[in-house]
Write a protein that binds this ligand. Structure first.
Ligand code: CP3
Length: 340
């Protein structure tokens, strides 16, 4: 019996659509905040299998989500390569920025296996308990991970990143190549530990020009998917090129993914015409509609269900759930989808 989400990624229009939410384990849940309070820092939570397993499973238990996404972070990869990383309250992630060849040369892929070992243990534990839900492993895409590594954290325009891509394309390519190879190792290890689907988060894909998008989003994604499929032919991959706009169609067609995450800004009824038929669409409720609840949540949800009906579709948000989301709005959303 194939699980519902995996049927959709195989090209079947399952109705009502299987549902999970990006960042479904997180601060909006009181049971998450309780674990977080005695876990120490965020990286410790990600690398303590007992706690990471517990928080991964919390939203599946509470809501019966169709997927459990490994509790970890896309910035675990630079951390595992030896770049410093801290999560500061109210400030987000902070890393010592990489701006030159010496910074790239200091990254050490030999550290990776040891550093990710506890995360793989979490994958094994979750898989043993996940039941009918699908276990999704994940990584950031090389480009989005490079964004944080080069800026040293978040940014409103990623000026250093785009500057390096234009001014020193050889150095930028070296960093992306290193990240592409490390991502293959990391995701292959998650698959071997029990991840049934893997997702690549490319949150900042939309800041790039079309030329740079093709070079630094589409091409590395294609390489990662091909390498994973060479090792594990049946693995299903979801790519999320956030704010890709009109380029979402060629991204879907050229990278080899089975599903494509659609961000809040895209109209699913138009995206249907761009993305090849057999490729699943995942998305794309506005996280703020989930905060609002009530009639706004209902009409936005119905519009998405109607726009994707007949296509392989995984219901999700268009970006991550935010901490101020009332947990009962998530329950209301799932009730609405299941009654559709
Ligand atoms: O439930 C899940 O979705 C699984 C876990 C997960 C986290 N981060 C946990 C997390 C996943 C899949 C991510 C992905 C991630 N992390 C992305 C891509 C998706 C996106 O949102 O665009 C990005 C860009 C990051 C980097 C990151 N991690 C930032 C910018 C922040 C700080 C902002 C914030 O929300 O606090 C984090 C921290 C983080 N990652 C938290 C969680 C639950 C909050 C940390 C806490 O509990 O204090």
């Amino acid at each position: 019996m194939t699980k519902r989400l995996q049927r959709v990624l195989a090209g079947e229009a399952v109705w009502p659509p299987p549902t999970w939410l990006m960042r479904q384990a997180g601060r909006y849940l009181p049971e998450y905040r309780a674990v977080r309070a005695h876990a120490g820092d965020f990286i410790s939570l990600c690398t303590t299998p007992e706690l990471a397993t517990e928080v991964t499973l919390q939203p599946v238990r509470r809501y019966g989500m169709d997927a459990a996404i490994l509790f970890s972070d896309i910035l675990v990869l630079p951390w595992a390569l030896g770049q410093g990383l801290a999560f500061r309250e109210g400030e987000g992630p902070v890393l010592p920025p990489i701006r030159d060849a010496a910074g790239v040369a200091a990254l050490d892929p030999a550290r990776l296996p040891g550093a990710i070992a506890p995360i793989l243990e979490t994958v094994r534990r979750v898989r043993a308990e996940v039941g009918e839900a699908t276990l999704i492993g994940f990584a950031g895409s090389p480009f989005t991970v490079a964004c944080y590594m080069i800026e040293g954290g978040g940014s409103k325009d990623f000026a250093h990143v785009r500057g390096m891509a234009y001014r020193d394309p050889a150095l930028f390519a070296r960093l992306l190549d290193l990240l592409t190879e490390a991502t293959v190792v990391y995701l292959a290890a998650q698959i071997e530990a029990g991840a049934e689907v893997v997702m690549l988060f490319d949150s900042w894909a939309g800041v790039l020009s079309p030329t740079l998008f093709r070079a630094h989003v589409t091409a590395p994604t294609r390489r990662i998917v091909a390498a994973l499929k060479a090792l594990h032919p049946d693995i299903q991959v979801i790519g999320f090129p956030r704010l890709a706009g009109m380029l979402v169609g060629e991204y879907a067609a050229e990278t080899g993914v089975q599903g494509v995450g659609i961000d809040t800004s895209a109209d699913l009824s138009l995206v249907r015409g761009l993305v090849p038929d057999g490729i699943a669409l995942q998305g794309n409720l506005d996280p703020m509609a989930l905060v609002a609840g009530g009639a706004a949540l209902e009409s936005e949800t119905r519009a998405i269900l109607a726009a994707a009906r007949g296509r392989p579709h995984v219901f999700n948000l268009g970006h991550g759930i935010v901490p101020q989301t009332p947990p009962e709005h998530v329950a209301a959303l799932l009730h609405m989808i299941r009654a559709a």
